[in-house]
Design a protein around this ligand. Structure first.
Ligand SMILES: *Cc1c(COP(=O)(O)O)cnc(C)c1O
Length: 372
């Protein structure tokens, strides 16, 4: 079978293994995992690998991805990480649990849950310093009290999210704060919260430090499962696979050229004035991959191949130390941004290695078209 180029090669067995090791590690501490699928667009085969590895929930930020997994028959509980009032009807229809921070959205969810004859479960997110989503701690009890009054809504948990926008590290202090808030909400309102979701892949160091985990019994984990690292310092987690994804592209030009452009210098394709170092004549190779396929800063090349730069459709490599020929395939590793962008590009084929299943690139749907 002829494989597409460029393509992203995905090892489902490595993803499953990562999920299994993390479920064991966190499970021993009484922490269940939600496998977060947003970086892979809710790819059902990847969600299935996470479930086979032991995750009890699959969480995604996009309702389109949740629908995709629902339609593929994914059996785990599906969690929506980001809600919007305009999507309330679809959320109630497709999602088991959603994360929320606004009463207006909760009111709409309640309205549609009643309309559809369902109970919709929600986790209320608290702001603990990262300054992305979250109800302020001082407003939390009142917020939950109001939410409890909404028909057909069940407050199933409280959560927080750090290290995403503000780069705030989960530590003893903010994690204890979450546990304290949970205790206050439970005692003041006389309820028992099933889920206390303490964060994401950045919580590894905190969980591994041996200190008390307090009331926290759940984490939402994407990057650690997909790329095998924690996200406070992007250190590899011992025993996990880091080479779960490879981006493969084709060499379309390989020539000896000067390393300094010649002629009058103006702005490049992205409005920057480029600067170069003169290293003499070098072998330079162009691969058919560019910014429309991947966040090129998120690519990791073999050490002997240096990424010199990229435009929309071309990446230029210094291949002097690893001479290439036209038609050769070049492999790149990916960081989270690289993975997210390559999975999102319609020009990149998605291929599962170790199994004979190739998904051809999809032609982009016009913006605004309902993905049903
Ligand atoms: C993306 C996201 C996660 C997962 O983050 P990772 O760093 O990939 O583990 C968890 N929670 C929320 C709310 C998110 O948006």
């Amino acid at each position: 079978m002829k494989l597409c180029l460029p393509r992203i090669e995905i090892s489902l067995s490595k993803i499953q293994e990562n999920a299994r090791l993390l479920c064991n590690f966190y499970g021993q501490k009484g922490i269940s995992l939600m496998g977060v699928s947003k970086a892979v667009l809710g790819e059902p085969a990847i969600a299935q690998a996470m479930i086979a590895g032991g995750v009890q929930f699959i969480a995604d930020s996009r309702i389109e991805n949740i629908k995709r997994m629902r339609q593929a028959g994914i059996s785990a509980q599906l969690v929506l990480l980001r809600t919007a009032p305009s999507q309330a009807e679809a959320i109630v229809k497709n999602v088991d649990i959603s994360l929320n921070t606004e009463l207006k959205t909760l009111e709409k969810l309640s309205y549609h849950a009643k309309d559809q004859g369902k109970i919709h479960k929600v986790i209320i997110m608290v702001e603990l310093g990262d300054l992305r989503e979250g109800v302020l701690p001082c407003d939390l009890v009142q917020f939950v009290r109001k939410t409890l009054l909404l028909p057909n809504i069940k407050v199933t948990g409280i959560g927080c999210n750090l290290a995403c926008y503000g780069g705030v590290k989960p530590n003893k202090r903010n994690m204890n704060m979450l546990s304290e808030l949970v205790n206050i909400v439970q005692s003041e309102l006389g309820i028992k919260l099933e889920i206390v979701s303490g964060g994401n892949s950045a919580n590894y160091e905190w969980a591994n430090s041996g200190q008390s985990i307090g009331e926290i019994n759940n984490l939402r984990i994407g990057e650690s499962i997909l790329l095998g690292c924690e996200t406070v310092g992007r250190q590899a987690i011992p025993g996990l696979h880091q080479h779960t994804f490879q981006l493969v592209a084709e060499v379309i030009e390989a020539k000896e050229k000067a390393s300094l452009p010649f002629g009058e210098i103006c702005q490049d394709a992205f409005g920057d004035i480029p600067k170069f170092k003169d290293r003499g004549i070098r072998q330079r190779s162009i691969v058919a991959l560019g910014r429309q396929d991947v966040l090129t800063a998120g690519l990791k090349s073999e050490r002997s191949l240096e990424i010199l730069g990229a435009s929309s459709d071309h990446i230029i490599l210094d291949s002097e130390n690893h001479p290439l020929q036209i038609g050769d395939e070049v492999n790149f590793g990916l960081d989270y941004g690289g993975l997210l962008s390559a999975m999102t590009s319609p020009f990149v084929g998605k291929e599962f290695v170790g199994r004979q299943r190739v998904v051809a690139p999809i032609i982009p749907a016009p913006i605004g078209v309902e993905l049903n």
